[in-house]
Design a protein around this ligand. Structure first.
Ligand code: OXD
Length: 308
């Protein structure tokens, strides 16, 4: 039975080969035609028409960790389709390194020193010791946990924020809106690594930013839609926030006329914080496909009612 494949990335052929190699025992052919008789799809940002006439689709695998690209077109998906995604320690590690690098850059003021160098200014402006620099990691799934762990291991004070209370790891985790409100004014750096759901869309609005500690920084490794951009720009311009590191945007590539490009307090990276690793990612998807075909529980099934 053909498996529907759609990947808009430059390394799409590598993905297709890695997936085909790992599903060799399955009687499958990879296709990028419309779903037709396919019962499984592995896709990233597929156009809705690809799913039309795909009544047999029982499993749709996201080629990344996020599934918002699929949930956005639920109307086009077969009602019986289950969704799964990549949960891969390699990807979590990349995300952890990105988060840690961004925190270290602010903690050691490399952002300020770069500006001072351009202006020929010799002005030491060191900040607090690590244990007095409080990092909040908003989102405590596999990726958020890896980020919090990396930052915690260096010695930073870390607090996680999750939808529900979890068994405490080596750092505290708080849950719910009230606890977020209490947490925000204590944080020197806020890392966003939340799934995009109706509850997290626009979470970082003027009210959220006003609750952040003056001089704090924002690091977005989640989705651009978490942030209300004009509110962020106001918070940076007014001096309330010291900086923002942004890896994800509502429109990607970020349009050339977007003011974030030239904002002196913003560092932009082109959605690379946690690129899916072809080999390990393909192995995760292939394993989910064989579980699906054997009628076994999936390991990373998306709970549609939660949106992740
Ligand atoms: C993902 C991403 O969801 O890279 O995997 O954004």
């Amino acid at each position: 039975m053909p498996i529907l494949f759609h990947c808009p990335w430059p390394n799409a052929d590598e993905w297709r080969t890695a997936l085909a190699n790992r599903t060799r025992d399955e009687p499958v052919a990879w296709t990028d035609a419309r779903a037709g008789s396919a019962d499984v799809a592995a896709v990233w940002n597929a156009p809705p028409e690809l799913f039309l006439a795909g009544p047999n689709l029982g499993l749709i695998c996201s080629l990344g960790a996020g599934v918002d690209h699929l949930l956005q077109m639920q109307d086009h998906l077969s009602l019986k389709a289950r969704l799964t995604r990549i949960v891969d320690p390699r990807m979590s590690q990349r995300m952890a390194i990105y988060g840690l690098a961004a925190v270290l850059r602010y903690h050691r003021r490399f952002d300020r020193y770069a500006i001072q160098q351009a202006e020929g200014r010799w002005e030491p402006c060191e900040g607090p010791d690590v244990d007095r620099f409080h990092v909040g990691v908003l989102g405590q799934g596999a990726i958020g946990t890896a980020i919090a762990e990396a930052v915690h291991q260096v010695g930073f004070r870390v607090t996680g924020w999750a939808r529900t209370q979890k068994r405490p790891p080596a750092w505290p985790i708080v849950a719910g809106d009230d606890q977020l409100q209490a947490l925000l004014p204590t944080l020197d750096a806020v890392i966003l690594v939340l799934p995009l759901t109706p509850a997290t869309r626009g979470l970082v609005n003027a009210g959220f930013l006003a609750q952040m500690k003056p001089g704090a920084v924002l690091i977005n490794q989640g989705r651009g839609e978490h942030i209300v951009e004009p509110a962020l720009i106001n918070a940076l311009d007014s001096g309330w926030l010291a900086g923002a590191t942004l890896d994800a945007f509502g429109a990607e590539p970020l349009p050339v006329d977007n003011p974030l490009w030239t904002h002196p307090k913003v560092l932009i990276t082109p959605h690379v914080a946690g690129l899916s690793n072809v080999e390990t990612g393909a192995a995760v998807i292939a394993a989910e496909i064989s579980r699906f075909r054997r009628g076994e529980p999936l390991h990373h099934e998306v709970r549609l009612e939660l949106g992740y």
